[in-house]
Write a new protein. Structure first.
Length: 76
């Protein structure tokens, strides 16, 4: 799952118990790509991400989606 804009904040969140609020999704094996520019613009860096999140550039995100034949769906 690619996290863009304010959605990148999900990858920096920790629950009160120290875990990740997306724990259920993570147990299902879903991993997150986090757009580096959006993360940086919100005052965060790679060190702020959980182990399930991988920072990517715009170019890398598009390349990965094209290689995988990904269908893009958006939500506003």
């Amino acid at each position: 799952m690619l996290l863009l804009q304010d959605a990148v904040l999900l990858a920096t969140q920790r629950s009160a118990g120290g875990g990740n609020p997306l724990e259920q999704v993570l147990r299902e094996g879903i991993r997150f790509l986090v757009l580096e520019d959006d993360l940086r613009l919100r005052g965060f860096g790679k060190d702020d991400l959980g182990e399930s999140a991988q920072p990517v550039t715009y170019r890398a995100a598009i390349r990965r989606m094209a290689e995988a034949g990904t269908i893009v769906k958006g939500c506003f």
